[in-house]
Design a protein around this ligand. Sequence first.
Ligand code: NAD
Ligand code: DAU
Length: 336
Amino acid sequence: MKYLVTGGAGFIGSAFVRLCLRERPDVEIVNLDKLTYAGNLENLAEVSDSPRYSFVKGDIAELDFVHNLVAETKPDAIVHFAAESHVDRSILSPEPVIRTNFHGTFCLLEAARRNQVPRFHHVSTDEVYGSLEEPLEADESYPLKASSPYSASKAGSDLLALSYHTTYHMAVTVSRASNNYGPYHFPEKLIPLMISNALEDKPLPIYGDGLQVRDWLYVDDHCRAIQAVLDKGRSGEIYNIGGSRSLPNREVVEMILAITGKPKSLMVTVKDRPGHDRRYALSSEKLTRATGWTPLVPFEEGLAATVRWYQEHRDWVARVKSGEYQSYYDKNYAGR
Ligand code: NAD
Ligand code: DAU
């Protein structure tokens, strides 16, 4: 099996590449990544010498380039992770989000159609269902209600991917996962931001009352679920991937402070995110029924391992937080 993985230098894409090469001797991977601020080849150091791995730098939103690459590499499947993935950045600057997430997905689908790629898997998010009142859980037929430019771009790209199944009979699957966490997570997202700031004794900015609920999924559990969908998923179907661990943000941050031994006084309340979704909740029953997948890593265990990883990779954090990161941080947090 040859996979063309997009966004394989990012947080989840790189975990998928590492896991696949470790556990699937039958898989060869071509990683297509633009290396935006979020793409980092250091995340792939352990596989870079593998004869089953190769890297191509490029932009998924350039149709001719993507078409030629697909024609040349002839993948058995495209596994599509590449995206502008941060909600706050999508609020500050929506244009690259729409370009990559919607138009980029279109270019990949079109290249797959023209080159008759046997399988296309689109990696999406629980954010497309919007905020759910307790005790509701979204299954795959739950209505779409995107709140941010990021979630709207993902909802649009989900529909586009499914339209290629309906119209062109392409073998397309879509997965919608909840909030991931784990090693190599870019420190703009809640968990890695709070861990890295706590380790540097910097303030931990909590949006609004901090009672927004997210369902946490360890990144390797997500990657195993995607592999299960690739192996056993049915074309034209959507599969939710939840972590079964819903917690308010404030509680997650308090757990990080307890693990790092830092005081609660580091937590500061800042102005809320515009359009902030209050609660995400997913049912993954369909995926479990179809593939037997369930999440394996309990949150306490995964969080402790993640904190340990950040403690042991301070150089990685320092490099990632230098340059562009600081100007983003100032733009997002200074006015709050
Ligand atoms: P990330 O921001 O860490 O990585 C994104 C990767 O895509 C980077 O390597 C970047 O260089 C690459 N990329 C961006 N624009 C590109 C372009 N135009 N062409 C080629 N490459 C480009 O993102 P992530 O958190 O790993 O998310 C991966 C996917 O999973 C996304 O599709 C996201 O919507 C989805 N997802 C993420 C989460 C989460 O909690 N992080 C949860 C559910 C779904
Ligand atoms: O639900 C899946 C989604 O999870 C993915 O599709 C996105 O790619 C991913 O970024 C993530 O989106 P969220 O907006 O839920 O994640 P984020 O880490 O940005 O925020 C998690 C919660 O923490 C959210 O309620 C906002 C809050 N938050 C976040 C930051 C960065 C804070 O209170 N303070 C912060 O500084």
